[in-house]
Write a protein that binds this ligand. Structure first.
Ligand code: MG
Length: 165
């Protein structure tokens, strides 16, 4: 079954969104590097790599379906943040938008009776639960830490231990 124009367009938009997320997380890593939070910077670099892998998953899928990959422009990512908590709150917000986008892509694929795309997206729906969970955990811990440098440094050290999936 040839992929429909609407599904193809939505997958290209999703590739853009995943790469824009990677770009945003790289900018967040730069903020943490600048402020000597090496662990949070490491966490964001892993996140950046995951987003690139997500983009490549959609890229390969579209190619496998004999679709046309059309990369879109990326906007300048945010660069000024108030605190580590602000960064992670923005990353949680971003992941919630990604989740909503994947859910609407799923609904589109159902409407078009594109069962292969529905099946491919099941992985992403599960993945987004994890993405939101890991960002939310950091937000909750950073709220507990407040402005205490000692607590922030402990969380930074903990973030340094995050492993690639
Ligand atoms: Mg993603």
């Amino acid at each position: 079954m040839k992929i429909t124009d609407d599904v193809q367009k939505a997958i290209n938009a999703q590739i853009q969104m995943e790469l824009a997320s990677a770009y945003t997380y790289l900018s967040m890593a730069a903020y943490f590097d600048e402020h000597a939070f090496d662990g949070f910077a490491h966490w964001m670099q892993l996140q950046r790599r995951e987003e690139e892998e997500h983009a490549m998953r959609f890229y390969r899928y579209l190619h496998d379906r004999d679709g046309r990959i059309e990369l879109q422009a990326l906007e300048k990512p945010p660069r000024d943040f108030a605190s580590p908590l602000d960064v992670f709150e923005q990353s949680l917000e971003n992941e919630r938008k990604v989740t909503a986008s994947i859910h609407s892509l799923y609904e589109l694929a159902q409407k078009e009776k594109d069962h292969a795309t529905v099946s491919m997206l099941a992985w992403f729906i599960d993945e987004q639960v994890e993405e939101e969970k890991s960002a939310l955990e950091m937000v909750d811990k950073l709220k507990l830490a407040g402005d205490h440098p000692g607590a922030l440094l402990i969380l930074d050290k903990e973030a340094a231990g995050r492993n690639a999936e």
